[in-house]
Design a protein around this ligand. Structure first.
Ligand code: FES
Length: 99
């Protein structure tokens, strides 16, 4: 279903949980995560890992935390050079998603 894009065209760096990840300017955050093998981004209340699924803003399975603390759908925001995002699944800020 999902096919990785050509990584030769990467021209920006974003930071996922403070780890540098290369991407193309204008790519959706969700596609960047999937391109880098990050398929699980946040836990449900009962601890089940969820990740980008529909890629069109319907499933809400791609919730991430932005640097300023906003919770956003990764499939609805575009990458910009130097952007920092955090995955609620790995940074233990699960309650950020539900508050
Ligand atoms: S992947 Fe479904 S809302 Fe983002």
């Amino acid at each position: 279903m999902f096919r990785s894009s050509n990584s030769d065209k990467c021209n920006i760096t974003i930071f996922v949980d403070d780890k540098a990840v290369t991407a193309r300017a204008g790519d959706l955050i969700a596609t960047i995560l999937l391109n880098h093998g990050i398929a699980a981004v946040y836990p449900t209340l009962d601890g089940v890992a969820r990740g980008p699924y529909c890629l069109m803003g319907v499933c809400f399975d791609c919730l991430i935390r932005c640097e300023d603390g906003r919770i956003e759908q990764a499939c609805q925001i575009y990458a910009e050079d130097g952007m920092k995002i955090y995955l609620p699944l790995t940074d233990q800020s699960k309650k950020d998603v539900y508050e």
